[in-house]
Design a binder for this molecule. Structure first.
Ligand code: KIV
Ligand code: ZN
Length: 370
């Protein structure tokens, strides 16, 4: 089994969700829960962004033990100094520095030539290494960058001292086949590739953040950057709980494992949803209200006979109550009888027939019969 590192960026990219602003106390509470969850790295914030962000990162660095605490910085001196100061108290600290590498970002946003971008990246990695020996370098918009330019800049960043190289699909443009090809090409061709962690960071603009990250794992990525409930800039990031449970449930295929305690997933999701105010859709995989609920009679009958007929994982493994049977108009006699028994009613076949007919009438009018 390959060990895949989970880099949680709920407190940084997740907090970039429009309408979300967490106080330092709230961030600390989430960071403590992320440590219980067993993530490898917590990206605690972007310290140059505001005094509140700096305070939150600093307090997390002081109080949260276990995971590496990372702070984000552009390739600029004040950013790196502020990030270094914020993570200084951490047992394990990382500076994560980034610069854009796609033609559109370099020309239109940075107004820099590719050579200038490489120079700046190299300078930033070397400067960050003066504060910690754990430095991550990201090529922003790698998903739309020239693969050979990425090979060049990553090779230079590694030579300058970067220990993790991140390949972000910043705008969620990639599709799994192409992303796997890109990640595989980069790892195969970058000088010094063997000595670093290869990370991916995907966005969900086309609904493919999770699958792109998983494809990258198959192509050799050793770290996945993700957020609880998939929150993040625009359509969000790869959902941590989905990445972790896909790797776990299909370990036969991925031959990879994480250090996450899956039984803490649901609790973490609920905490993040409550503190950010971002509601989890009912049909959201793993953590949505309906993710382990069965309504149709055929499914209920199957699950009551053998859970594995319609369940690929137990609810308990993600820290939830056992699967629930929702009584609605699609429900069958088997689930209805079980619900009556749970309420303490033993009925004979004749009575069951009469009550079931009555239940169906009510179910036609109500969405759910309680
Ligand atoms: O999406 C992105 O490119 C980022 C970087 C800062 C890693 O969030
Ligand atoms: Zn991002």
């Amino acid at each position: 089994m390959r060990r895949i590192k989970i880099f949680d960026t709920t407190l940084r990219d997740g907090e970039q969700s429009p309408g979300v602003a967490l106080s330092p106390d709230e961030k600390l509470a989430i960071a403590k829960q992320l440590a219980r969850l067993g993530v490898d790295v917590i990206e605690a914030g972007f310290p140059i962004a505001s005094p509140g962000d700096f305070d939150a990162v600093r307090r997390i660095a002081e109080e949260v033990k276990g995971p590496t605490i990372a702070a984000l910085a552009r390739t600029a001196k004040p950013d790196i100094e502020r990030a270094a100061e914020a993570v200084a108290p951490a047992e394990k600290r990382r500076i994560h520095t980034f610069i854009a590498t796609s033609p559109v970002h370099m020309e239109k946003k940075l107004r820099m030539t590719p050579d200038e971008v490489v120079q700046k990246a190299v300078w930033a990695v070397k400067f960050a290494r003066e504060f910690t020996d754990d430095v991550e370098f990201s090529a922003e918009d790698a998903g739309r960058s020239d693969p050979d330019f990425l090979v060049r800049i990553f090779g230079e960043a590694i030579a300058a001292g970067a220990t993790t190289i991140n390949i972000p699909d910043t705008v969620g443009y990639q599709v799994p086949w192409k992303f796997a090809e890109l990640v595989g090409y980069i790892i195969e061709n970058t000088p010094g590739a063997d000595g670093v962690d290869w990370s991916v960071h995907t966005h969900d603009d086309l609904g493919m953040a999770v699958v792109n990250s998983l494809a990258a794992v198959r192509a050799g990525a050793t770290q996945v950057e993700c957020t609880i409930n998939g929150i993040g800039e625009r359509a969000g990031n790869a959902s941590l709980e989905e990445v972790v449970m896909a790797l776990y449930t299909r370990r036969d295929f991925f031959e990879a494992e994480t250090g996450v305690n899956t039984r803490e997933l649901y609790r973490t999701s609920q905490l993040v949803s409550r503190l950010t105010g971002m509601v989890v859709p009912p049909n959201k995989a793993i953590v949505g209200r309906n993710a382990f609920a069965h309504e149709s009679g055929i499914h209920q009958d199957g699950v009551l006979k053998a859970r594995e007929t319609y369940e690929i994982m137990n609810a308990e493994i993600v820290g939830r109550e056992a699967a629930v049977m929702v009584l609605g108009k699609h429900s069958g006699r088997h689930a209805f009888k079980k619900a009556l028994a749970e309420l303490g009613y033993e009925v004979d076949d004749e009575e069951l027939k009469r009550l079931f007919a009555r239940f169906k009438e009510i179910a036609d009018r109500k969405k759910q019969v309680t």
